[in-house]
Design a binder for this molecule. Structure first.
Ligand SMILES: [Zn+2]
Length: 633
């Protein structure tokens, strides 16, 4: 298979990964000409994207669209169909939990503020009813902060939680309003990390404003009109009436001005019970189904809030995704059979014979790999194949080409949708987490991560083929983390590091490895306080108590200068990868670089507030890409 070097240019701290002209590639093979692509995407206005947590001073000016040189060679496995192929009409399921998508009734435009409020309340009740059928994944990542005289606020420890939201039995009475005390929630729920258990309360409740919003409980006052992204909103202050009960919402809501759905609310619950405390939050919903805006992001922070002799000082991000549970990982079997028409099978002349022993072994490995990937996707942890995978595959190609490697079956890349920094391989598929992709500052650092995994593949470190038996995939979702383990033993890890370094030294990244080393230094610096961010759940961690992966690269790296705004060693979370909470598709943020004012804005590995660019779902085909996608694409 002929491969080419394709360089992505990932500027330090740039929020876009782009293909651009760069002749730094010096492939060692004659048949592998460096190839550059400069496909321009439509230029977008600066505000036409989500706010980025932090941005580079030396960013790439043009945004370009990645294309994979391997696209023709992709085997017709279910995952590799183009994104558009999933936009087929979906067979209707008759499951009782089926979401009833329903647009707002075409009511006459409200003529008074009182009419507006009546509509808002009606839509919010519809929202609450819909949420009872929804079981998205909920991930909360918390960093406890401390003041630092030079850096402003820095993390001092962290907590991580992943669960599935279930509001089906009664959030409206005591479980929602009479929540247990903050301390109890904080400690009790969040120390049992990374279980897939039911998440009853805690941060997830901040997706609900009030499960029974009523005019009799609140005073509403109009503030102004304001755009959030392309959506014009009415901004309304909301205050509980006296004696309307504990735990009512107090704050501000943004209501889109077509159907009067709440798209954002910001505030807290009040009054709080005597022995508990309500956190402040900023809660965002996206237009994921016609007429329905669903929770996607919740940011929370407290600064020096006194609670029970304790100083609360933290920042947290809660993300929700995997709403379309019924279709995650399902590839519309009937469509699939049509796509894989018999002609395509006949074309593969090799495939009409029995497999040779070596081929059979490879097929068996691939089957185990595909089973495991499909299961991870069905649970909602793995993004379906998409654009980000192609970018990653390009970097892998560059490593292969410049090292005279032709790995068969071909190496694939996928995105794990969770925040903790991890990467691992499942057979010949490299899986890298969203959080990992977010914080990597440049392409050389990405190449470092991918090289380590590619090294495992090249060295023949194999997947446990027990997954090749289909019955082993039939386990409950909440056992995913117990059943799947892609960890390597220390000997394999060491061998992979060594091999990866060799490969990097032949690669187009060889002159930029000091950047990768610098990233490792930044990671090493934060690792003691961000234990939950670096704790892997399926594979090997980037760092354990003693060793850092690829540590040798640090010897060539410059000194870590935390106070310098120019040296970007690692990025904040959330800057690169955007996930569509309905379909779980991952895509690159198209954010434009912003020059940093000071080193305090570097915020390596840190949590920042959310400012998504809101768009309306284009009506028509409900399977269309959803609101997250940049509107001018
Ligand atoms: Zn490894």
């Amino acid at each position: 298979m002929k491969k080419h070097v394709l360089l992505l240019v990932i500027a330090a701290a740039a929020c876009v990964w782009t293909f651009a002209q760069d002749n730094a590639a010096t492939p060692s093979q004659n048949d592998s000409q460096p190839q550059t692509q400069t496909t321009q995407t439509p230029s977008s206005s600066p505000a036409n994207q989500d706010a980025t947590p932090s941005s580079p001073s030396d960013a790439v000016p043009a945004t370009t669209t990645p294309e994979t040189p391997k696209s023709q060679d992709m085997s017709p496995v279910p995952g590799n169909q183009p994104a558009g192929a999933q936009d087929q009409p979906r067979p209707q399921d008759s499951a009782p939990a089926q979401l009833q998508v329903q647009s707002a009734p075409a009511a006459p435009a409200p003529t008074s503020f009182g009419d507006v409020i009546a509509r808002v309340i009606e839509r919010e009740h519809f929202f609450v009813a819909q949420m009872r059928h929804m079981h998205p994944l909920v991930e909360t990542y918390i960093q406890n902060m401390r003041g630092d005289k030079d850096m402003g606020q820095v993390p001092q420890n962290d907590h991580y939680f992943l669960g599935r939201l279930d509001l089906s039995n009664g959030t409206d009475d005591k479980s929602f309003l009479g929540q247990p005390g903050f301390r109890q929630r904080f400690m009790g729920k969040l120390t049992s990390l990374y279980s897939m258990r039911f998440l009853p309360l805690g941060f997830a409740q901040m997706v609900m404003l009030d499960s029974d919003l009523q005019t009799k409980s609140y005073d509403f006052s109009f503030v102004r009109r304001e755009f959030l992204g392309e959506v014009r909103c009415l901004v309304i202050d909301v205050k509980p009436k006296p004696h309307s009960g504990e735990g009512r919402f107090l704050g501000r809501v943004w209501v889109e001005d077509q159907d009067y759905n709440i798209v954002r609310f910001n505030g807290t619950y009040a009054p709080h019970p005597r022995y508990s405390y309500y956190l402040h939050f900023d809660s965002w919903r996206l237009n994921l189904r016609p007429g329905l805006w669903l929770p996607a992001y919740v940011y929370s922070e407290e600064n020096d809030t006194q609670y029970h002799m304790t100083n609360l000082h933290f920042r947290s991000q809660t993300r929700l995704w995997g709403y379309d549970l019924q279709h995650l990982g399902r590839h519309d079997e009937f469509t699939q059979i049509l796509v894989d028409a018999p002609e395509t099978v006949r074309d593969q002349s090799e495939a009409i014979q029995d497999a040779t022993p070596v081929q059979a072994e490879r097929n068996w490995q691939r089957q185990a790999e595909d089973n495991a990937l499909e299961r991870l996707q069905t649970v909602g942890l793995l993004a379906p194949p998409g654009e980000v995978d192609k970018v990653l595959t390009t970097v892998v190609n560059n490593l292969e080409v410049t090292n005279n490697l032709d790995v068969q079956p071909e190496v694939r890349c996928r995105v794990l949708l969770t925040a903790p920094l991890e990467s691992f391989d499942v057979g010949h598929t490299i899986v890298i987490s969203r959080g990992m992709l977010d914080v990597l500052p440049d392409e050389a650092s990405l190449a470092m991560v991918l090289a380590h995994e590619l090294a495992h593949i090249v060295l023949g470190h194999q997947i446990d083929t027990k997954f090749a038996f289909s019955d082993r995939m039939l386990f409950p979702d909440d056992e995913t983390f117990q059943r799947f383990d892609f960890k390597r033993n220390p000997d394999d890890e060491e061998a992979a590091d060594k091999k990866a370094l060799d490969m990097l030294k032949n690669s187009p990244y060889k002159d930029k490895l000091s950047n990768a080393g610098l990233f490792l230094k930044a990671l090493q610096d934060r690792a003691p306080v961000l234990k939950n961010l670096i704790r892997p759940h399926l594979g090997n961690g980037f760092s354990n108590s003693k060793n850092l992966r690829m540590a040798e690269l640090m010897t060539t790296a410059p000194e870590l200068k935390k106070e310098s705004a120019d040296q970007i060693a690692a990025l904040p979370l959330g800057g690169r990868i955007k996930v569509d909470p309905w379909s779980n598709r991952a895509e690159m943020q198209k954010g434009k670089a912003v020059a940093l004012l000071s080193a305090r804005e570097k915020m390596p590995f840190q949590v920042t507030p959310f400012f998504p660019y809101l768009t309306r779902l284009q009506s028509g085909n409900p399977s269309d890409k959803v609101a997250l996608t940049a509107p001018n694409k």
